[in-house]
Design a protein around this ligand. Structure first.
Ligand code: CO
Length: 151
């Protein structure tokens, strides 16, 4: 009987995990050889001062053929950054230098590599539409998701 109660308590704590996860102030995002992020939406708690994204490329293709980064910007700035990123080239991780439209970004990485970025949550405006994406040429259409500020 005691065992059954303990199991029930464990199930209840599992059920409440998403709420705790939102207050962890960090998220792990996997990117693949299939040109995808295994995450399509990220919620950031307003209670976080900073937020960290840990990007892991779980594939095996190299950075020049299937490079991935995690870039955060306003939705309305995404296409412009992606276009300028192509012009910036691989040597600059396909991102324009010192660009105020970029709120945060990781390094561009290949298979088996990881890169993290931490940014101030105060940079996000309440109700703003934010998007994360990969700036490798041709990836922005498939590799993108939403970033939302939540209570
Ligand atoms: Co990519």
């Amino acid at each position: 009987m005691m065992f059954k109660l303990a199991a029930t308590a464990a199930l209840l704590s599992l059920a409440s995990l998403p709420a705790f996860a939102a207050e962890e102030c960090q998220v792990n995002v996997a990117a693949t050889d299939q040109m995808t992020f295994e995450t399509d939406a990220i919620e950031i708690s307003k209670s976080c001062d900073t937020f960290t994204v840990n990007l892991e490329h779980t594939g095996s293709l190299d950075v020049a053929s299937m490079g991935h980064n995690w870039v955060l910007a306003k939705e309305s700035d995404v296409q412009g950054i992606a276009n300028d990123g192509i012009a910036a080239g691989l040597d600059n991780d396909y991102l324009p230098a010192d660009d105020d439209r970029i709120i945060a970004h990781t390094d561009l990485i290949g298979g088996g590599e990881s890169s993290s970025t931490t940014f101030d949550v105060a940079e996000l405006e309440e109700g703003g539409e934010y998007t994360f994406f990969c700036s490798f040429p041709g990836h922005v259409a498939m590799m993108r998701g939403s970033v939302t500020l939540v209570d």
